[in-house]
Design a protein around this ligand. Structure first.
Ligand code: SF4
Length: 76
């Protein structure tokens, strides 16, 4: 697994580029967080944990996950 980690208050977003199928659920769902024109391209502090959970749950490939500091996990 080659996932990169993006920490914010309350949780960590991970992204594995090898699994991403470019379905764009992430960039369409939360463009202020997932923006391929920015570095880093994932800026999880730009949305709430609940918003992140909703959109990351829609990722169809298993490339995105969210693990909250209180033990919840989202993503395939
Ligand atoms: S929703 Fe998942 S599969 Fe689609 S572009 Fe985002 S990370 Fe990749």
């Amino acid at each position: 697994m080659t996932a990169r980690r993006y920490r914010r208050d309350g949780g960590v977003v991970t992204f594995d580029a090898e699994l991403c199928r470019h379905a764009a659920e992430c960039v369409n769902g939360l463009p202020q967080v997932f923006d391929t024109a920015k570095r880093p391209w994932i800026q999880p502090e730009n949305a709430s944990i609940d918003e992140l959970a909703t959109v990351i749950s829609r990722c169809p490939s298993g490339a995105l996950h969210l693990e909250t500091d209180d033990g919840r996990r989202y993503g395939l």
